[in-house]
Design a protein around this ligand. Structure first.
Ligand SMILES: [Zn+2]
Ligand SMILES: [Zn+2]
Length: 284
């Protein structure tokens, strides 16, 4: 609890308040029709896949290989939400894996469920602007990611302009801000519900509080199988057990089939089975 102090970043807090207000406006808008619903679903899926496949499984964990233009396209899709540069995202996430649910974890519900879900985003003490220098040396040469340190809103504003100029500016709250905020909370739920003992299951003994939460698995396009992910962080597939649908893995499989990705990593079946067996026997 020591990290929770009065160190809020006013700019980020204001951004979050504004986009949540616009999302609520979009939800209550009387102008819903089939085309608006289709665009809203598309924004959710595109921003979501960009985040899970691009930022998370590719950039942070290098769980598969692909051409640089595919990587940049996926990352640009993730940036629809106006979040920080991939350099900041990867630094925060790699530190989460290194210090999960311990001192130094940027977002653990042990610091309060609310803080682990969303509060950490506007608290300066959760991260430092240049921590990518320590955690992302492999990404530090990418000029596009450096541009996104300053131009984080460029992809967001570009999508807003396309929607505004084609469907009308009054469609923005429904077609952009509502799906964007819903997606943001889907990812936040991985950090909060996905690390709370009251939710889901932990079939693998991982040494921290990660959980598999089924509804987060669906909402976050496969990222909710978070205990699996902590057990096998290099795996391109997170839905590893029976019945665990992993939409992001389906996309990676499609990229491989199209020749746009390769070398997708999966856990060794023997190690996967042994890990579960050890867990059940309480030997890990
Ligand atoms: Zn985690
Ligand atoms: Zn991860």
């Amino acid at each position: 609890m020591a990290r929770i102090q009065n160190d809020k970043d006013g700019t980020i807090l204001a951004f979050m308040v504004i986009v949540h207000a616009l999302a609520l406006w979009g939800l209550l808008s009387p102008g819903w029709n089939a085309s608006r619903l289709a665009v809203a679903i598309a924004v959710y899926v595109v921003a979501g896949i960009g985040t899970t496949v691009g930022l998370h499984r590719l950039i942070c964990h290098r769980s598969f290989r692909c051409p640089l233009w595919v990587e940049h396209a996926l990352v640009t899709a993730a940036m629809i939400t106006g979040q920080g540069s991939p350099l900041l995202w990867a630094a925060t996430h790699r530190r989460h894996h290194a210090r999960s649910d311990k001192v130094g974890d940027p977002h653990t519900p042990k610091d309060s469920f609310w803080y682990g879900h969303i509060g950490w985003i506007w608290h300066r003490s959760s991260s430092t602007p240049d921590e990518w220098r320590r955690w992302c040396k492999d990404l530090a040469q990418d000029r596009y990611y450096h541009f996104l340190l300053r131009g984080r809103l460029v992809p967001h504003l570009a999508v807003a302009a396309v929607i505004g100029l084609t469907l009308g500016w009054q469609a923005l709250p429904s077609c952009l801000y509502l799906p964007m905020v819903l997606w943001m909370h889907a990812t936040y739920s991985v950090n909060s519900f996905g690390h709370s003992a009251a939710w889901g299951q932990a079939p693998f003994a991982t040494g921290e509080g990660s959980r598999n939460v089924a509804w987060v698995g669906w909402a976050a396009l496969g990222e909710g199988w978070h205990n699996n992910h902590h057990a096998f962080p290099a795996s391109a597939r997170h839905g590893l057990l029976a019945g665990q649908v992993d939409a992001s893995w389906l996309v990676i499989s499609a990229l491989v089939a199209l020749g746009l990705a390769s070398d997708a990593k999966l856990p060794d079946p023997g190690r996967l089975a042994a890990s579960r067996r050890d867990r059940h026997q309480g030997t890990r």
